[in-house]
Every structure is written in structure tokens, then in C-alpha cells.
Design a binder for this molecule. Structure first.
Ligand code: ATP
Length: 293
């Protein structure tokens, strides 16, 4: 199967700064692909080379096996984080304005439906909430009926409700067999939406795979938390458990055995919290810091 986009040994130097260092990955047709990494990891540089906005120092990007060229902008959709919307235009007028830039466009009713714009279609851009603005920006990214859509931190700054609404839209778009390339600082977003992820740090790929594969590879432990006051210090040091601000973190391969041990030691299980590792834990393990700034 030919990848929708294939990034091959891509490097980018800014004078002596190596922003991207021999990065290779494939994005499969119809998948949601997540590019994750801390600030300065090289994500934007990689994505901008893929979008044909800047050129690589070396390496190449292939779309369906063909080298990326200036025509690519007609075939891809980009939702930029900070697109400036024209003041004094309504949402509908904005859609019309952007449609004029492309040879092929999607029917406006379809976009309104897909991005759920109906309730504010005649509203001035300046009066949109954060979530409504993001939905309009998504519609603009879809206006040329692209097969591949780039979303740059699409839910940054949105409240949890608006984020969940937006995830639903992305799921609907994916169901149309479109390929989505997403950057995000939210690990729950990546876990929810992405079929494949690549984690970059300092210009290099440090992990790649499906969220499930990556978690299975790096963790076989379950985390158990108990309020600190309930766990005697001697037990914490004897078993090498971790003291957090107000909790004790116990990593365990066998939850049942650990709980039995705690009970045998007379430790109260009030306020017990058990969780599996998630992408945030993976990120912390691989990079030494949490992704959420
Ligand atoms: N135009 C430029 N000139 C010089 N250095 C640059 C330029 N653009 C990016 N860099 C450097 O390249 C490295 C990678 O930057 P990039 O913006 O790709 O990272 P990022 O992962 O997108 O970070 P963020 O999450 O903060 O957007 C950084 O060290 C950055 O300072």
C-alpha cells in the first residue's frame, strides 16, 4: 500500500541549528496521524516542509509516491492555529471568500453540516466563541475537498466541552476516508483520535507506533495511588514507592497482589485510585517532562 504521505530522511538546518534531523515516517490513507513533541521539538518545521511552505535542507516528502511541489496547496487542507479572519465579514461571507481561492470546492451546505456552522452562519467573525472559530477554521481547511488535512493544535484554548465537540467533528471527517495530520499538546486528544503517532524531541523521532503499541512496549505497570497519610513511611522506603505532593504512587504488575499486601499491613484503601499508563506517562518517561506546558 502506497502511503498517503511519505516523509523520507528529512533534515532542516537554520544556520547551525538542526531543527529536524533525518526524520522518516509514513502517513497511511484514511488514518489520523499525530505528531507530538515538546516546544522546539521540530514539529512545525516538519509539518511546514510537508505542506510545501518551507523547503528541506535534505530528504524528501512524497504524496502518493510523487514529490511534493507548489501545486500541493490545491490538494491539501490546512487549519492554521492563528489564521486571521477578516473583520466585518460573516461566517458565510468568509466561506465564500475562501472558496474563490480554489478550483474545486465542496458544496457550502455540506461544509455547514459537517462542521456544524448553522447556528452562527450569519454572525460576524469577531463575535464567534473559541469553539465556533475553530469550527469555521476547520471548514476553511476542508473547502477545497482535500484528501489530506493538517490540523495544528486545533483545540488549544478550548474548554473541555468544545474540545469534545471538535473531536466528534474530526471523527466524522475521518469517516469520509480523509487523512488527518494533527499536532497537539493534549495527550488525551492524541489517544482519542490518532491511529498512529510519532513523538519528536530535539529534531529526532524518539517513538513511533499506535498509542496501544507504544504503551504496551513501554509499560507493563499499573499505577496505584493512596493518600500519603495512610501509608507508613517504612513501607514506602521498603518497597521504593514514590512520594508525590499528597499521594503515594505505587507501580505494580499485579494489582491484586499489591492490594493484598497493603491490606495485610493494615493500610486503609480509602481514596484508592488505580490507573493504567497513558500517553502523558509515556511522554514523561521518554523526555523527562510532561507535554502540557
Ligand atoms: N526560522 C527559524 N530560524 C531559526 N531557527 C528556527 C526557525 N524556525 C524554527 N527554528 C528552531 O528550530 C527548532 C524547531 O522549531 P519548531 O518550531 O519546528 O518546533 P515545534 O516542535 O513546532 O515547537 P512548538 O511546539 O513550540 O511550536 C527550534 O529550536 C526553533 O528555535
Amino acid at each position: 500500500m502506497i502511503a498517503a504521505v511519505s516523509v523520507q530522511s528529512l533534515s532542516k538546518y537554520y544556520k547551525d541549528v538542526c531543527a529536524v534531523d533525518k526524520v522518516s515516517f509514513d502517513v497511511l490513507q484514511g488514518h489520523c496521524f499525530g505528531l507530538l513533541g515538546p516546544n522546539g521539538a521540530g514539529k512545525t518545521t516538519t509539518i511546514e516542509i510537508m505542506e510545501g511552505i518551507i523547503s528541506a535542507s535534505s530528504g524528501q516528502v512524497l504524496y502518493q509516491g510523487q514529490l511534493v511541489d507548489s501545486q500541493i496547496s490545491q490538494q491539501i487542507g490546512i487549519q492554521f492555529q492563528n489564521t486571521a479572519l477578516q473583520d466585518f465579514l460573516t461566517v458565510k461571507e468568509t466561506l465564500n471568500l475562501f472558496a474563490a481561492f480554489y478550483q474545486n470546492t465542496v458544496a457550502q451546505e455540506q461544509l455547514i453540516e459537517l462542521c456544524d456552522l448553522k447556528d452562527f452562519i450569519d454572525r460576524d467573525n469577531r463575535l464567534l466563541s473559541g469553539g465556533q472559530r475553530q469550527r469555521l477554521l476547520l471548514a476553511l481547511a476542508l473547502i477545497n475537498d482535500p484528501k489530506i488535512i493538517f490540523l495544528d493544535e486545533p483545540t488549544t484554548g478550548l474548554d473541555p466541552h468544545a474540545r469534545r465537540n471538535f473531536w466528534q467533528l474530526i471523527t466524522n471527517i475521518k469517516a469520509q476516508n480523509k487523512t488527518i495530520i494533527l499536532t497537539t499538546h493534549y495527550m488525551d486528544e492524541a489517544e482519542q483520535l490518532c491511529d498512529d503517532i510519532v513523538i519528536m524531541d530535539k529534531g529526532k523521532i524518539i517513538a513511533a507506533g499506535t498509542p496501544h503499541q507504544l504503551l504496551a512496549k513501554h509499560f507493563d505497570d499499573i499505577f496505584i495511588y493512596l493518600p500519603q497519610a495512610q501509608v507508613p513511611h517504612e513501607l514506602v522506603s521498603e518497597y521504593g514507592w514514590t512520594k508525590l505532593a499528597d499521594r503515594i504512587e505505587i507501580t505494580s504488575k499485579n494489582v491484586e497482589k499489591t492490594l493484598r499486601l497493603l491490606m495485610a499491613q493494615g493500610v486503609s484503601l480509602d481514596g484508592l485510585h488505580v490507573k493504567s499508563a497513558n500517553l502523558d506517562d509515556l511522554f514523561l518517561k521518554l523526555t523527562g517532562h510532561s507535554l502540557q506546558a
